[in-house]
Design a binder for this molecule. Structure first.
Ligand SMILES: Nc1ncnc2c1ncn2[C@@H]1O[C@H](COP(=O)(O)OP(=O)(O)O)[C@@H](O)[C@H]1O
Ligand SMILES: [Mg+2]
Length: 265
């Protein structure tokens, strides 16, 4: 019983289609994400990567297709619904509140109330600060103080806060859309380390990136989308140059033999 639960993918997307008027952004995509797995998602601009992840995180409702969490079908009407099922998305622009400190951002939208004063709740700042400190330490994030306003943090630190926020409440699945796009090499290293920490702590991660070397470093498996279809689903292994050649061939459409070469999970 337990064994079969271990084998059930934490997330399964089945034949997802998403249309925006005449634009067919997703034309029937299957995706399975396993426990403790880091899945890379690549593809050219407009391939449908962000749209697919917005479907999984409840930001878009699919035109057709099913979402299954631990084997149960779910219907997300909003990102709150997805969050309740343990699915969190870190957006490209981080979506942080600059005028709040680190703890305030981690707890944004789910502040802990110490007691009620008439219609108002009095925030339990000491609790939120303590929890944020624990989280930052656990994930080995390098931030001087949880009271620091996020507008004063570097790009890498802001990305780390956005990731910490997504992980604060036992997320099963953390989705990151281009988490390394705007970062220095040193900051990229830290974000990739952070992804490894998340996997060690039992989360599954989906990372969208156009940097193949990032995916190669952290991902167990990679999916390539092209023009709204999945054209490759492959373990990440071997030599990076060979891997790159293979992946690029699928990305640009030079190879289209996915169905025969590697059966769907
Ligand atoms: N909200 C939207 N309204 C209309 N078209 C959209 C919307 N979101 C995405 N698209 C279109 O869907 C396609 C896939 O976009 P997207 O998922 O953002 O691609 P990617 O993230 O792979 O670059 C593109 O043609 C894009 O213009
Ligand atoms: Mg995108």
């Amino acid at each position: 019983m337990e064994r079969s639960a271990e084998r059930t993918p934490v997330v399964e997307l089945r034949d997802i289609k998403k249309y925006f008027g005449a634009v067919r952004a997703l034309r029937g995509v299957d995706l399975a994400l396993n426990r403790h797995e880091v899945l890379g998602l690549m593809g050219d601009n407009a391939a449908g990567k962000s749209t697919l992840m917005k479907v999984l995180s409840g930001a878009y409702i699919p035109s057709e297709g099913g979402i299954f969490i631990e084997g149960q079908e779910v219907h997300f009407a909003s990102p709150m619904d997805a969050r309740r099922m343990g699915i969190e998305m870190v957006y490209q622009d981080y979506a942080l509140a600059n005028n709040l400190d680190v703890a305030g951002n981690v707890f944004m939208g789910r502040e802990v109330v110490r007691f009620k004063l008439g219609p108002f709740g009095v925030m339990d700042y000491p609790h939120m600060e303590k929890e944020t400190k624990n989280l930052i330490n656990r994930l080995k994030i390098d931030i001087p103080s949880v009271r620091q306003k996020v507008e004063r943090l570097s790009g890498g630190q802001r990305q780390a806060v956005a990731i910490a926020r997504a992980t604060a409440f036992d997320a099963k699945v953390i989705i990151m859309d281009e988490p390394t796009a705007a970062l220095s090499v040193a900051a990229i290293d830290k974000v990739l380390d952070l992804i490894n920490q998340l996997r060690e702590h039992g989360s599954s991660v989906i990372i969208i990136s156009h940097r193949l070397e990032d995916i190669f470093r952290v991902a167990d498996r990679m999916i390539v989308l092209r023009q709204g279809r999945k054209v490759c689903d492959t373990p990440v292994s071997g030599d990076i140059q060979d891997f790159r050649e293979r992946v690029v061939a699928y990305m640009i459409g030079a190879r289209n033999d996915f169905a025969e070469a590697s059966p769907v999970l």
